[in-house]
Design a protein around this ligand. Structure first.
Ligand code: PEP
Length: 253
């Protein structure tokens, strides 16, 4: 099997204006030096997608949106369409982030529609899943993840899976400073890969990249990335600091 290319993705959430977002992109680009084994993505707020993509145009950095609608246009107040993401220079979209699920009550069905819409337009899709602390403490983490995978990937063909990256983000580790241990993360990633094999086939499971997200920092990235089933990181807080994100991008095994 060809080695899966690593991906380090920075989710800027609802941070940065035009001026500081463009500066952050310029600073991050200094840490990207002709990688062959990894991709770097930044997902700025919708309002500066276009400016930031312009700034990184000559670099290897990919631009993604933090969410995407399933329709190309229409009466969908507050949404952004796949066509708009592409028009702004984006090639990637994140869906199913736990903040969308928890704060904005996005259901598995809605996430599935977003995922299908983005795929239909040719975007590379980062599909987030993750259990809460209570679910983990109750011993239900794998059941919850299986349910999110089954519902979120409903109707998505094995071929389309080439454009899907799964991000495992335990809700209890996002923005809390608590990271899953490398063993916990590896065990969960192996479970996710096994489940993909069950609902698709071995090839799909082996080719699908699974990112870990949840307080990834310069001092834990190397250990996490050294795990067999961890193919990258989705980074929140540390992606807002160019030095930290630069170190994460330059993880070593
Ligand atoms: C995230 O928002 O996807 C995330 C993982 O955030 P943080 O790195 O801050 O925990």
């Amino acid at each position: 099997m060809a080695k899966r290319k690593a991906m380090i993705a920075g989710n800027w959430k609802m941070h940065t204006t035009v001026v500081d977002g463009c500066q952050l992109a310029v600073d991050v680009a200094k840490f990207c030096t002709g990688f062959e084994d990894r991709e770097v993505l930044i997902a700025p707020p919708f309002t500066i997608l276009s400016e930031v993509s312009h700034v990184v145009k000559e670099t290897e950095i990919l631009i993604g949106s933090q969410n995407v609608c399933w329709e190309e246009k229409g009466a969908f107040t507050g949404e952004i369409s796949p066509a708009m993401v592409k028009d702004a220079g984006g090639t990637v979209a994140i869906v199913g982030h736990s903040e969308r699920r928890q704060i904005f009550a996005e259901s598995d069905d809605l996430v599935n529609r977003r995922l299908k819409g983005g795929l239909a337009s040719g975007l590379l899709m980062i599909f987030c899943i993750g259990e809460t602390l209570k679910e983990r403490d109750d011993g239900r983490a794998f059941a919850v993840l299986a349910d999110q995978l089954r519902k979120g990937l409903h109707g998505i063909s094995p071929k389309s899976m080439e454009k899907v990256v799964v991000a495992y983000e335990p809700v209890w580790a996002i923005g809390t400073g608590k990271t899953a241990t490398k063993e916990q993360a590896q065990e969960t990633h192996a479970f996710i890969r096994g489940f993909l094999e069950e609902i698709y086939e071995k090839n799909v499971a082996e080719q699908t990249r699974i990112l870990y997200g949840g307080s990834v920092k310069p001092d834990n990235v190397d250990a996490l990335m050294s795990q067999a089933d961890i193919d990258g990181a989705l980074v929140g807080g540390a992606a807002l600091d160019a030095e930290s994100f630069g170190r994460i991008i330059n993880f070593t095994l």
